[in-house]
Design a protein around this ligand. Structure first.
Ligand code: ADP
Ligand code: MG
Length: 168
């Protein structure tokens, strides 16, 4: 995917109450303004990368891009699970992310147990992949340092030129 790594940020909005938190895997939702800016070659599926809330620490994340049932599956949604235990919810705060790599396409599962197993596998894969030196360095990108002072809109422009696009 030529658009990776992809940097964006936006306010955390309420999702559609699928009960992700009850499964132990809360997913922070981006508003439509961020989703609508996704480049066309970013397909639906599961991605891994880095994320920070406000001007907080940068953590590993997994993100699901899928079809939003609220809009009768005509609109995409972007849901980020930050791999960190937060003391409280962060609705209304600015979530900054860089999508680094693709894990797998969307799929359906026969049971809730199977879904949870798959998500936990995604999380393990994300943790491993993000240890690669070329992925680790994105954690240090100026994009995250300037997170708090930036406007709450999505952007494809990272703050250091060498991280624009993926070099292909
Ligand atoms: P919703 O349907 O509103 O998205 P979820 O059950 O998916 O509800 O919970 C998501 C919310 O949980 C996020 O918007 C955020 O405020 C909070 N949250 C707490 N910890 C995390 C985390 N580690 N990753 C993502 N969101 C988290
Ligand atoms: Mg959610």
């Amino acid at each position: 995917m030529k658009s990776l790594p992809y940097f964006c940020r936006g306010e955390v909005v309420r999702g559609f109450g699928r009960g992700s938190k009850e499964l132990g895997i809360p997913t922070a939702n981006f508003p439509d303004s961020v989703v609508d800016n996704l480049p066309a070659d970013i397909s639906t599926g599961i991605y891994y990368g880095w994320a920070c809330v406000g001007n907080g620490d940068v953590y590993k994340m997994v993100m699901s891009i899928g079809w939003n049932p609220y809009y009768k599956n005509t609109k995409k949604s972007m849901e980020t699970h930050v791999i960190h235990k937060f003391k409280e919810d962060f609705y209304g705060q600015i979530l900054s992310v860089v999508m680094v790599g693709y894990i797998r396409p969307e799929r359906t599962f026969d049971s809730l147990e199977a879904l949870i197993v798959a998500i936990n596998n995604d999380i393990e894969e994300a943790k491993l992949k993000l240890e690669l030196p070329e992925h680790r360095k994105l954690k240090e990108d100026n994009f995250f340092i300037s997170a708090a002072s930036s406007s709450p809109v999505s952007t494809t422009t990272p703050s250091t030129p060498e991280t624009i696009g993926n070099g292909h």
